[in-house]
Design a binder for this molecule. Sequence first.
Ligand code: URA
Length: 201
Amino acid sequence: MYQDWNTLEQACLQCRKCGLCETRTNVVFGVGNENAKVLFIGEGPGENEDLQGEPFVGRGGQLLDKMLAAVDLSREKNIYIANIVKCRPPHNRDPFPEEQEACLNWLRNQVALMKPKIIVCLGRIAAMKLMNPQIKITKEHGVFIERNGVLMMATLHPAALLRNPNNKPAAFEDFLALRKKIDELQLDVAKDYRAVPDSDT
Ligand code: URA
């Protein structure tokens, strides 16, 4: 386990734990506010992400940013975004189970340092790996479950919404439910609920 974000990122950028390192342009470590309480996790980088070294920067990413903005969330401000695998699978195939396993310690270390209160899985692959291998995301999206003190929820993958725009309203309901949960638990770092220090500090 790396004890600070910078050392962790530097080590991850050198990773050669699976074959995806042979074909990657960039390792896509993650982006956002490391002190956020809400962590979004996708599947793995696509072509644009591989070229730019940042998650969700293609058309799916633009849709994600729009849905986030509609509930006053953004990667610049109050969330962090990472992926199950940090390197692009060739031709955007699903990452193999052994690639996911090889990569997962980077994400575990990110979670350990960040200590999110809410994790949102973007799409089936992340939801199956992190929540439930049997999950049926079309039925179970938007439902919060608790795991080791962390609330977890799956929503539809933005790329799936681009293929199937009819599902956008249902996915947006998930973002509204997320906003409600953040407000209930006062988790929005951008709103700085904890600006008033304790009297003994
Ligand atoms: N799809 C993902 O799951 N992650 C990305 O970073 C980009 C597209």
